[in-house]
Design a protein around this ligand. Sequence first.
Ligand SMILES: [Zn+2]
Ligand SMILES: [Zn+2]
Length: 279
Amino acid sequence: MEMTMEEDSFEDDIVFCPTCRLILYPTDDSNKFFLLSCRACNHEVRLDYEFTWEKHKVNKKSILPPVRKQNAGTCCPNAVLTSLDARLNFNRALMNKGPAEMLSLDHLLEQYSEEEERKTGLKYDGSKGYKLRETAHIIRKKGVLHEHDYASKNRQGKSWCRARHYPQKNASFTEICNKILKGNVLFTSIPVTEQWSMLKAGDMYMANRDLVITEYYDNKPEESWHAIVLVGFGQEGGVEYFRFQNSYGTRFCENGIGIVRAREICHIERFEPYYVNDN
Ligand SMILES: [Zn+2]
Ligand SMILES: [Zn+2]
């Protein structure tokens, strides 16, 4: 027996085909979130939805680390560490443990400078910024201490967090969403446009590559990109978006978290942390 709509028993969470008036069912494709279709005429309806680690918990434990507050040029190391912090928290929450202490940005930047000085023979003051390639290299080969351990005088026997690094170009929206659902807070970078500095709570950042601001370093033009981490995703009125944790402190947008249109975001970096003792 087919169920048909009855005016007096209409329920809010049931969607009906406008043509056949039959109930719409989720499609068999599990990668298509909240896509309903009519079994008679294949009419499709997309429902608004949202998933975010701001609200979702694992064993009643939140996995998002505190929002970092960066100095100029350090968005990349900040985003990598936030991604690692969140993954460590996720792994701990699975074992019913509370969040880890944050990883030390100072320790990462110190190693970055040492690495640059080794290469160039010159003192590195950070004025040329901190790039993903070099940051990821340190995370893969050396690792970073947690804040307390870095600050303590005796670092012997302390755990360094290293990570395997999985970059992915051309990831689809659903691929990225599935990785987020599996407890990943994903590094990505977005083009900086005129809209960026005006962004406020509730706005959707369009992340339009064609409008990227070009800045000049040593008279050389360079596109302006900014590193963030993706903490959630959703769809509203047919527009797919991500929620991202920024590193501008909690006064940025909504407690430090903003919304970015998903359309042009396809390049993600995933980090899988593990510990080593003594380095
Ligand atoms: Zn139909
Ligand atoms: Zn930046």
